[in-house]
Design a protein around this ligand. Structure first.
Ligand code: DGY
Length: 453
């Protein structure tokens, strides 16, 4: 790639920083920052981690509060749920009472959902802490270390839960039980395992996600019905991890999720070292995960990583952005990294700008030549800033600095042109999904820090 940006648009750094901070301030309801001004009015797990990271670029105390608020939702067994409903009911569905978490003996006093999301929290806490020590005074670094000391036990319990509850057979890989847990709700890799989920009795529900976002940018009805059916199964089983592992019709070892578990473990080790805590248990999880990840999820014929469907006992061979997340985690060897980048990321039939499409922006979330690719529908193709950030950081880990810089420029250009929205059409950069989207703003602040030296 020779061109740094999709066009020669100059990034107006100061203005973009101000606009990004304004989104986070607008969405700040005191205890937490809403992921989206209208569409997502509660605190989501991985959104909160990124929001804290973004806030830490200008207000560390507020960033730490965001983390503390999220941890208020932690279950007694260590699970960190995907949504915390600090402020009760809203126009968002599922409503807090829909989850019926009181059926579990582990439920916390605050209302939450009963499933999880990719564990980004340790990663963001580590990045916040290292920035505080790099950029601040010795006192700032000391205060940040005190914060790390405060939250570390909760992070460790969360990581321990992931292995205990979701890998009871010690395969090394952690399972997800619902597409929402992957964060990539309607990705193409879920089509096949969701066909096997037969929604025999779907409780009455009303979709509220079309109120603020266009219907054709959201998951389709057949998917949504199954999302709800799965929740209904879990609540009937009292959210008991053993029953869910034994009976859930959806049980997958996901590439995206496990790569982020591995990355989060690395970051947890760094935090443990800063505190002088033992790291042996975390390192054991890591070596088992690394081995299983590359043996089970790498497909050498295609040069891609695929998720493994535990119920269907096979790889889900859909080419999507999840294949690049192992780079963010440092899970690939040099050869795997080269194949991912040269055969796929730089291939205009799949991810690189150009024909067919044609597209202008990195990184579509589904390969353009994937049968299920749809450039405006949620996780079926649009560019998401979180994915661009992870791919950018992953490329840097493997020495592809120029390509990483191109992706950073594309991301900033998209946000400057179309605002801080949930996702972007890779063909022309049109903003899609929710508006006033907090993690886009948060990651703009992270990416712009480099511009500001
Ligand atoms: C939604 O409501 O679409 C979310 O992705 C579920 O967390």
């Amino acid at each position: 790639m020779s061109s740094r940006a999709a066009s020669d648009e100059t990034i107006k750094v100061t203005e973009l920083v101000e606009r990004a901070r304004a989104v986070l301030r607008t969405n700040d309801v005191g205890l937490f920052v809403k992921p989206g001004t209208y569409q997502y009015p509660h605190q989501w797990n991985w959104d909160a981690a990124l929001v804290a990271l973004g806030l830490s670029t200008f207000d560390r105390a507020r960033a730490e509060k965001e983390v503390r608020s999220l941890l208020k939702g932690q279950w007694k067994d260590g699970m960190l749920p995907h949504v915390v409903y600090h402020n009760g009911k809203s126009d968002y569905f599922p409503t807090p009472d829909f989850w019926q978490i009181e059926r579990s003996p582990h439920a916390p006093p605050v209302s939450t959902s009963g499933i999880v999301q990719p564990p980004l929290l340790a990663t963001c806490v580590r990045l916040m802490h290292e920035a505080a020590c790099r950029q601040g005074t010795a006192a700032d670094c000391e205060a940040s270390l005190a914060f790390v000391r405060e939250v570390y036990p909760a992070l460790l319990r969360w990581h321990r839960w992931l292995h205990a509850a979701r890998d009871p057979e010690n395969t090394g890989l952690v399972c997800i039980i619902h597409p929402w847990e992957s964060g990539n709700d309607n990705a193409a890799r879920w089509v096949e395992p969701m066909i096997r989920v037969i929604p025999t009795r779907v409780p009455p529900y009303e979709r509220r996600d079309f109120v603020h976002v266009k219907e054709d940018e959201r998951p389709i009805r057949a998917e949504y019905e199954r999302f709800i059916y799965l929740i209904d199964c879990f609540r009937q089983w009292g959210y008991d991890p053993e029953t869910i592992y034994a009976r859930s019709p959806f049980l997958v070892q996901d590439t995206f999720f496990n790569a982020l578990v591995y990355r989060a473990h690395q970051d947890l080790v760094a935090l443990a070292r800063a505190l002088g805590e033992p790291t042996g248990m975390i390192e054991d999880w890591m070596s088992a995960l690394r081995y299983a990840f590359n043996h089970r999820l790498w497909d050498d014929e295609h040069g891609l990583y695929f998720a493994y469907d535990v119920r269907g006992r096979r790889l889900l061979k859909e080419n999507g952005c999840a294949t690049f997340i192992p780079l963010f985690a440092g899970l690939s060897n040099e050869r795997q990294a080269r194949r991912l980048v040269e055969e796929h990321l730089l291939n205009p039939e799949e991810y690189a700008p150009g024909e067919p499409g044609p597209t202008r922006y990195f990184v579509p979330t589904q390969a353009k030549n994937n049968f299920f690719y749809e450039p405006r529908r949620y996780w079926r193709g649009p560019v998401w800033i979180i994915v661009n950030w992870m791919v950018m950081e992953g490329l840097r880990r493997y020495g592809y600095d120029e390509l990483a810089e191109t992706i950073r420029q594309h991301s900033l250009e998209l946000m400057q042109r179309s605002g801080f929205v949930e996702y972007y059409d890779p063909r022309d950069g049109t903003g899609c999904g929710a508006t006033g989207f907090s993690w886009s703003a948060a990651l703009a602040l992270v990416m712009l820090q480099e511009e500001q030296g």
